[in-house]
Design a protein around this ligand. Structure first.
Ligand code: SF4
Length: 206
């Protein structure tokens, strides 16, 4: 089950959930409302995602309540903000330079985005305190140098790295998948498909 918070401190140019970042929307819910909703399903795994869930008020209380229900909690974050949440898998997706919105909305978010998107101290703390993985959204082979720099600076393990093609169409993903899969085999990374795109396309609400 996905719990998706609305609101993000970044503005990735290719964000595939703009309704949580560029144009945030959604209903106001209390932590109790969310927990009640989660309990109404039989799922044992909950993914708390966004937007950026680590900036959402009540995240500590929410994740602790989900943990107390005995659920497996994964949190998807860009790794720019720390909170002492309860989490069984911290899925950290640091944003590379390919995400900077140089043109979108006249580029007015680009400087803030670049200032916030890479926070090595936060990454090191998350790595130290949580079971974790690093998921990188890649668009071009030139992204690999930036990933290597991040791994060196943070001490992240290569076998915790997952590469995923940027794209919301099966054609784009398939084109990128070919060389990304080769990189994964060569460098000891893992490859992530985009299953929801394969199954339903870039359609919201499925
Ligand atoms: S961090 Fe995630 S939610 Fe925020 S703008 Fe980037 S892709 Fe969108």
């Amino acid at each position: 089950m996905f719990v998706r918070t609305s609101g993000c401190n970044l503005r990735c140019t290719w964000c595939d959930t703009p309704y949580t970042s560029w144009n945030p929307e959604g209903a106001e819910m209390t932590v109790d409302d969310i927990v009640r909703r989660v309990r109404s399903y039989s799922c044992t795994h909950v993914v708390v995602t966004g937007g950026e869930p680590m900036i959402a008020p009540g995240m500590v209380d929410l994740t602790r309540a989900l943990d107390e229900l005995g659920l497996h909690v994964t949190v998807e974050t860009a790794g720019t903000v720390y909170q002492p949440i309860a989490c069984h898998l911290m899925s950290i997706s640091p944003k590379l330079a390919n995400s900077t919105p140089k043109e979108r909305e006249g580029g007015r978010w680009a400087a803030q985005h670049d200032r916030l998107r890479y926070q090595p101290e936060v990454l090191r703390r998350l790595m130290a305190e949580y079971d974790h993985q690093f998921k990188f959204v890649v668009t071009h082979p030139a992204d690999l140098g930036e990933i290597e720099t991040l791994l060196t600076q943070t001490g992240a393990a290569r076998n915790r790295v997952v590469l995923m093609a940027e794209g919301t169409s099966t054609d784009t993903i398939r084109l990128r998948a070919a060389w990304i899969a080769d990189v994964c085999k060569r460098e000891g990374f893992r490859y992530s498909p985009r299953l929801h795109i394969d199954l339903w396309g870039n359609e919201r609400g499925r």
